[in-house]
Design a protein around this ligand. Structure first.
Ligand SMILES: Cc1cc2nc3c(=O)[nH]c(=O)nc-3n(C[C@H](O)[C@H](O)[C@H](O)COP(=O)(O)O)c2cc1C
Length: 184
């Protein structure tokens, strides 16, 4: 992990390192980003997800979900989404502006998921449907509802709450993530 986000390259390196750690380590701050979408009624929607993959070369991250969840409908309508990460220890915030594409999960991906975790994909009735009691839900997994969200990162904004000063930076895909400082 880069210790000193006092330069633009160091700040960007820290972002990629944090995302990589989030995929590999259940306890890393980037393990559970908040994913924000535009709701079907036009309102903002936010929820936590698990970071499942990072492709540094492509500049994208991966999240898994249930095709019947509201977020999938929302993303199909409007793929512009944000992801938010906070590292309490390093006092470091990452905001990702992303464009998400949806794809069915592959049998190879499915094979890697433990039985208990497969319950996150499937279940009757579908997520968000009103039920009389929490026990009135059959959590039987359904591979056909296993969905991959690939979030192409178009902009990265960081904020480091330093003891001396606050450092805010932005890195844009369309200028090669070169980076610029912003007033905090
Ligand atoms: C720690 C944590 C991790 C979660 N990870 C995921 C995830 O990886 N994918 C997912 O679809 N939902 C995940 N959820 C559940 C979502 O936050 C959300 O409640 C659910 O997906 C329904 O959201 P929606 O109705 O907006 O689609 C997670 C929730 C928590 C608390």
């Amino acid at each position: 992990m880069t210790d000193l986000p006092h330069t633009l390259p160091g700040t960007l390196a820290r972002v990629w390192d944090m995302l990589e750690a989030g995929v590999a380590d259940r306890t890393a701050p980037a393990r559970h980003p908040v994913l924000a979408t535009v709701g079907q009624d036009g309102g903002a929607e936010a929820r936590m997800v698990v970071l499942r993959g990072l492709d540094r070369d492509a500049g994208s991250v991966e999240v898994h979900t249930d095709s019947a969840s509201n977020k999938v409908q929302e993303i199909a309508t409007n793929p512009s989404c944000s992801m938010l990460i906070w590292d309490q220890e390093q006092q470091f915030q990452i905001r990702l502006r992303t464009l998400i594409s949806l794809a069915p999960g592959t049998p190879e991906d499915w094979d890697r998921i433990p039985d208990t975790a497969r319950r996150a994909y499937g279940g009757t009735p579908a997520p968000g449907i009103e039920i009389d009691d929490p026990a009135d839900h059959d959590p039987t997994p359904d591979f056909r509802r296993f969905t991959i969200l690939t979030a192409r990162i178009d902009a990265i904004e960081t904020l480091n709450l330093g003891p001396d000063l606050h450092r805010r930076a932005v890195f844009l895909r369309n200028d090669g993530f070169a980076g610029a400082w912003l007033a905090p």
